[in-house]
Design a protein around this ligand. Structure first.
Ligand SMILES: C[S@@+](CC[C@H](N)C(=O)[O-])C[C@H]1O[C@@H](n2cnc3c(N)ncnc32)[C@H](O)[C@@H]1O
Length: 257
């Protein structure tokens, strides 16, 4: 019987942020695919599901798939096609999960593999299990809301050109920078041209929900003084300034002046 290829979001790092559905799936599938940028590097996603795998009653095949982070589109496509064939050969015989950090539908290697399998092997069933994304995890760790009321929240990778960032930022109330957000210092002058101010609140979170998590929260004007080391696993939230609502009771019972 043909199996299902399942993209499983395993959350941002803390194994307790894995959904019940993800845990149940990982306990039941025949094969678990683990994406890696290099074969000899440990997989963060695999480490996060270790406890689940230790509790499994029947053994599982772990299939390491290498996806080097390169800008060589042709080579990348070749690798996705090769990896899709490896996945399909397994999924023809049983259920195959592909674990991915955060959510599978946000900047994930899974997306290309999913499209390739969908088009090339239409007989294989497909399923996606959402995960807690680093975006919401970072908002929780920094205690900064992503959006309220009519606010617009924009998510972007940190490697866009300054012109692109400036243009997009003009239309955003809150921005989430992903993929190497430690570059945040370079965005200060761009954001100041796009309606953000030195008082705009910024959070930079590295290794969110992991034991070595680092959270920095402050004003855009002060980011230049922050001690920021390079870290691919970093996300920044920048909020345009707004008049804060005061909740402390001041006589009329609701904090209104
Ligand atoms: C390829 S994207 C994957 C995003 C993922 N699918 C998600 O839903 O969060 C990798 C980027 O996600 C962010 N990221 C993922 N996990 C993170 C974590 N635990 N702490 C901080 N940033 C994280 C970083 O910006 C990193 O460069």
């Amino acid at each position: 019987m043909v199996g299902t290829f399942i993209g499983v979001g395993v959350g941002p790092g803390d194994p307790e942020l894995l959904t019940l559905k993800a845990a149940k799936t990982l306990q039941a599938v025949d094969v678990i695919c683990v994406p890696k940028s290099q074969l000899n590097r440990p997989s963060m996603a695999l480490g996060m599901v270790k406890n689940i795998l230790d509790e499994r009653k029947k053994p599982v095949e772990i299939l390491e798939l290498v996806f080097p982070m390169t800008k060589d589109e042709l080579n990348n496509r070749k690798l996705w096609v090769e990896n899709a064939k490896i996945v399909a050969d397994k999924a023809i015989k049983g259920d195959v999960a592909f674990i991915t950090l955060g959510d599978p539908m946000l900047y994930s290697t899974f997306l290309y593999l999913y499209e390739c399998v969908k088009e090339t092997y239409p007989e294989i069933k497909l399923e996606i299990i959402p995960g807690v994304t680093s975006v919401t995890a970072v908002a929780a760790s920094s205690k900064l809301p992503l959006a309220e009321k009519e606010e617009v929240v924009t998510i972007m990778p940190s490697n866009l050109t300054p012109t692109h960032i400036e243009e997009v930022a003009k239309h955003a109330d809150n921005i989430v920078f992903m993929k190497c957000a430690h570059h945040i210092r370079e965005f200060i002058s761009i954001l100041l041209k796009s309606g953000f101010s030195k008082d705009s609140t910024v959070a930079l979170v590295k290794r969110c929900t992991l034991p070595n998590e680092k959270v920095l929260v402050g004003k855009l004007g002060d980011v230049g003084k922050w001690d920021i080391s390079e870290d691919y696993f970093s996300v920044a939230i920048v909020k345009k300034s707004k008049v804060p609502i005061h909740w402390k009771q001041n006589g009329n019972g609701c904090g209104y002046k």
